[in-house]
Ligand binder design. Structure first.
Ligand code: FNR
Length: 218
């Protein structure tokens, strides 16, 4: 017997329908199967040498052939003030437009005090308002995160997943990419050198693309 019982099932996009017939080209076009999946990625850190920004840069190298990844910098998003939610700044308008244009979202979150950084929560709050104009509505979303601690952002990621419920995001459950002791996983230039983490990010991206395509199926 090959493999171990710890192996997790992977999302595989079906090449045939429920009767085993090959899906025709026209049907593929109809359901968006041949389309490139556009992913918008952002990190919950403003730090120049952020490990989470570096995770996203690694993702750029690992993105599948049928997908594109664009990185958005949260720097410049003002603190949310509900009195002004109907007059969003240009940066918030841009952020919301990019989220809406994307087929899927990839978030790299640090862990601050066992939760997500205020910068990330603030950006999500800004993009989700005013009520009825939530840019994240029904978006497929995947999460990863790096921290210098031993839990690799696990606690922050579960807090983030809680917000996805109200945002109505379709979160990819697995794989969980939690990178502990980040200071040991990147070189001085901020390149991700840890092979296992690179493989996990590749898997995450492949599954996000499959998840996004599956959600587009009727
Ligand atoms: C941290 N850090 C941290 N790490 C962790 O594993 N769990 C935690 O709860 C916290 N809390 C925390 C709070 C605050 C305010 C700071 C500034 C830092 C350490 C954190 O993992 C480390 O600074 C990372 O490098 C932050 O991510 P970026 O900026 O490198 O992406």
């Amino acid at each position: 017997m090959s493999g171990t019982i710890l192996e997790k099932p992977r999302l595989v996009f079906k090449e045939s329908d429920q009767y085993g017939s090959k899906i025709t080209l026209s049907r593929r076009k109809e359901i968006g199967m041949e389309k490139v999946v556009n992913i918008l990625g952002f990190a919950g850190s403003l730090r120049k040498n952020s490990y989470n920004k570096a995770l996203l840069r690694a993702a750029l190298e690992l993105v599948p052939k049928d997908a594109r990844l664009e990185i958005f910098d949260l720097d410049g998003i003002p603190p949310f003030n509900q009195d002004l939610e109907n007059q969003p700044s240009e940066k918030v308008k841009e952020f919301k437009a990019k989220i809406r244009a994307a087929d899927a979202i990839l978030i790299a979150t640090p862990e601050y005090n066992y939760s997500i950084p205020g910068v990330l929560k603030n950006a999500i709050d800004c993009a989700s308002r005013p009520y009825g104009d939530n840019a994240f509505e029904h978006k497929p979303v995947a999460v990863m995160g790096a921290s210098t601690g031993m839990m690799g952002t696990a606690r922050a990621q579960y807090h983030l997943r809680q917000s996805f419920v109200f945002l109505t995001c379709f979160a990819l459950n697995q794989p969980e990419v939690m990178v502990p002791f980040a200071q040991e996983k990147f070189d001085k230039e901020g390149k991700l050198t840890d092979q296992k983490t690179r493989e996990k990010i590749k898997e995450l991206l492949e599954d996000l693309v499959a998840w996004t395509k599956r959600l587009k199926q009727e």
